[in-house]
Design a protein around this ligand. Structure first.
Ligand SMILES: [Ca+2]
Ligand SMILES: [Ca+2]
Ligand SMILES: [Ca+2]
Length: 141
């Protein structure tokens, strides 16, 4: 049975600014890709910020961006794939990529509604990557 859900990205924390030591902040851009093979299959992509970049450091107080951004609203029945990409923009060399986040949900929607955060699954927590951390919710609407 299809259920309507909402995926909301709460925040992002940068652990490596991917810049030389003398540069205080990096120029970060992000992209989400929410997809499913349900309902005939779909892909919903969102870029943020819409223009420009976030200036973020990896120092406490400067490495955090509160987003509360809705990445997807729609119907699914038993499959959802959440992917997040981040890059730090460089002018004269290729942009630096943050780790690719990928988490796939299968089975009844009710089993995977909830809060996904970096510190609740021990070592290898998927939301706790080598160079960034994320937190998001999947809720029924
Ligand atoms: Ca860089
Ligand atoms: Ca840069
Ligand atoms: Ca987690």
């Amino acid at each position: 049975m299809a259920e309507r859900i909402r995926v909301t990205l709460k925040w992002i924390k940068i652990l490596d600014k991917l810049e030389p030591f003398f540069k205080e902040t990096g120029e970060f851009r992000f992209r989400s890709k929410i997809s499913s093979d349900n309902e005939g299959g779909f892909v919903a992509e969102t870029r943020f910020p819409e223009e420009g970049h976030y200036s973020l450091s990896d120092k406490p107080g400067w490495n955090f961006v509160t987003l509360n951004k809705v990445l997807f609203e729609g119907a699914v029945s038993d499959h959802l794939l959440v992917e997040l990409f981040g890059e730090e923009v460089d002018l004269f060399t290729a942009n630096d990529e943050l780790d690719h986040y990928r988490r796939e949900f299968r089975g009844p929607v009710g089993e995977w509604l909830g809060l996904y955060e970096p510190a609740d699954e021990g070592a290898g927590d998927p939301e706790n990557m080598s160079n960034w951390r994320i937190s998001y919710t999947i809720e029924k609407i």
